[in-house]
Ligand binder design. Structure first.
Ligand SMILES: NC(=O)c1ccc[n+]([C@@H]2O[C@H](COP(=O)([O-])OP(=O)(O)OC[C@H]3O[C@@H](n4cnc5c(N)ncnc54)[C@H](OP(=O)(O)O)[C@@H]3O)[C@@H](O)[C@H]2O)c1
Length: 264
């Protein structure tokens, strides 16, 4: 995700010479430099020192270790933006007293500048800090500021969301092939339908419910398909999936808090 954001920043016109990346493995650093033309160092503290905005994009399990590495060089004039799923502001703020921290949850369509990132501000983060963080995050798509108590649900909806859509596309492609369509045609039909439906949903003033109702004539083909999906528990299953992802995000958050308090 850090790589995606770095590539997006460069695409959005940020000067690679004004950015710096950090990795912990040489191969990763070489790859990151190749893809972004941004210098990638192997010392997170070196990368973080003196930077206006510091983005942390490690896995939640690595957060405590990373914070331990950079805490000494980060000061309250900087803004720290975390992308880590489930890691609460308090776990980061405890390691960086007085530093403005912004917790965010992006998603992978950021790779094509169509990301959706929700973020929340920590106790020391004022509007200016929020704007600086949003300017970075907006390089790869839309942003929305929300309160932290909603971030686990955001993780389950838009953070995990692309996987739901990909699963739907995968299953629809397989179903198309079972109905006799050649593989290449099935893929094209599904990919463009997902894209078209997404753009229509976003650009139309009508809700998803309304758009679906409009393509569902009584006794028609869509009605038959919707009946099968609803009878099979499609809606309830999706609700359960979102609930599971929300709970997993909460669990990761608790583990991160425990790891950060063990580290202190
Ligand atoms: N993937 C998504 O869809 C998504 C969406 C929203 C948010 N996120 C969040 O984004 C974060 C990153 O996820 P990801 O999927 O991009 O994980 P990833 O591919 O494993 O990337 C994390 C990178 O951080 C590096 N790293 C770990 N500790 C480090 C340290 N101390 N110094 C320098 N580099 C270090 C890792 O190094 P190694 O290569 O050596 O492991 C790895 O390259 C996670 O917290 C995740 O919750 C991900």
């Amino acid at each position: 995700m850090g790589q995606i954001l770095a590539e997006g920043l460069v695409r959005a016109g940020w000067d690679p010479g004004e950015l710096i990346l950090a990795a912990r493995r040489k191969e990763r650093a070489i790859e990151a430099e190749r893809l972004t033309a941004v210098t990638c160092v192997l010392d997170a503290a070196e990368a973080a020192a003196g930077r206006e905005v510091v983005v942390i994009a490690v896995k939640p399990k690595d957060m405590a270790g990373l914070l331990g590495q950079v805490a000494e060089v980060i000061n309250p004039d900087q803004v720290v933006v975390s992308l880590a799923a489930g890691v609460p502001l308090m776990a980061i703020e405890a390691a960086l007293p007085g530093v403005p921290v912004v917790r965010s949850m992006p998603n992978t369509p950021a790779a094509v500048d169509e990301g959706m990132t929700a973020y929340c501000l920590g106790g020391a983060a004022d509007e200016v800090a929020g704007d600086k963080a949003a300017a970075v995050l907006a390089a790869v798509g839309e942003t929305i500021e929300l309160s932290e108590d909603l971030l686990d649900a955001v993780t389950a909806v838009s953070g995990t969301g692309p996987a739901y859509i990909f699963l739907l596309a995968e299953a629809l492609t397989e179903a198309a092939i079972r109905e006799g369509l050649p593989h290449h045609a099935a893929e094209r039909l599904v990919d463009q339908t997902v894209r078209g439906a997404g753009i229509l949903l976003q650009s139309s003033e009508k809700s998803a419910f309304r758009l679906r109702a409009e393509v569902t004539s009584p006794g028609g083909t869509t009605a038959a398909a919707m009946h099968t999906l609803e009878n099979g528990g499609f809606r309830a299953l999706l609700e359960d999936a979102v609930r599971s992802a929300t709970q997993r995000s909460q669990e990761l958050g608790r583990a991160a808090v425990e790891a950060s308090s063990e580290d202190r």
